[in-house]
Design a protein around this ligand. Structure first.
Ligand SMILES: Nc1ncnc2c1ncn2[C@@H]1O[C@H](COP(=O)(O)OP(=O)(O)OP(=O)(O)O)[C@@H](O)[C@H]1O
Ligand SMILES: [Mg+2]
Length: 232
């Protein structure tokens, strides 16, 4: 059996304390294979984003372990953890987190700037991902002037600039109209099917969830077994 790209054992997460204490995750275990597409599905407040942030090493669990490609995340120092996250993972969130006053190209190449890559290579690689997402003609535009669907494609371009192995998306189409959302979905599934990127997407949209290979259902901080996790 190949080592799963992501494995979680008995994850717990508690927010607040005393009367404000809230158990957002109550013991979640899962394994995700390289190249899979997985939807994390559940109602608002069920713990989807909490789980995804922990899997993506953006947050630490209260208890339990996350293994990335066989490595226990807890054994990594801050610097190695950051390097692992930046080289292996890409992120697409519902809030775009773009710098509206900077150009599209600058926004897309920002992860490379942070990693210390020089301006010429930033430009080359930035233009390559913008071409992939049919946004090359917008490279010099201010990000704030784009349409919602274009902004979301810029976010995907930025997530791809480091050639990630795993793409995490949290309600990637939540802010988009149906037709534009469909285009963004198709881009994500193309990256999974044709570029081998492991896709992990949080959604409460059952139509979107149906397009994934696997669905993990979460309710009140626990995965629930519905008996239909894998596509037929
Ligand atoms: N920083 C925090 N402090 C206190 N409670 C929190 C915090 N973050 C999340 N929670 C609570 O934990 C629970 C799970 O939150 P989470 O964001 O994971 O839900 P979600 O399933 O992503 O919901 P949505 O679909 O609305 O985004 C919610 O009840 C939320 O109020
Ligand atoms: Mg959420």
């Amino acid at each position: 059996m190949p080592v799963p790209i992501l494995a979680a054992q008995d994850l717990t997460k508690t927010y607040g304390r005393g009367p404000d204490r809230f158990d957002a995750l109550k013991g979640v275990s899962l394994e995700i294979d390289r190249g899979d597409s997985v939807a994390i599905v559940g109602k608002s407040g069920s713990g989807k984003s909490t789980l995804m942030h922990i899997l993506a090493l953006l947050d630490t669990p209260g208890g339990g372990q996350v293994h990335v490609d066989g490595t226990d995340a807890k054994t990594l120092s801050g610097r190695r953890l950051n390097a692992l996250r930046n080289t292996m993972f890409g992120f697409v969130f519902q809030q775009f987190f773009l710098n509206p006053g900077s150009s599209v190209l600058e926004n897309v190449a920002l992860p490379l700037k942070i990693a210390g890559v020089g301006s010429r290579e930033r430009r080359t690689r930035g233009m390559a991902v913008l071409e992939q997402l049919e946004l090359a003609d917008k490279a010099r535009n201010k990000a704030g002037n784009l349409s919602g669907g274009q902004k979301q494609r810029v976010v995907i371009a930025r997530a791809l600039i480091n050639s990630p192995q795993v793409l995490f998306a949290d309600e990637p189409t939540g802010n988009l109209d149906t037709a534009t959302g469909r285009i963004v979905e198709d881009i994500l599934f193309d990256l999974n099917s044709n570029h081998g990127i492991t896709l992990i997407t949080v959604t409460h949209d059952h139509d979107l969830a149906a397009r994934f290979n696997r669905r993990l259902y979460i309710r009140d901080g626990l995965l629930i077994n519905t008996g239909e996790e894998h596509a037929a």
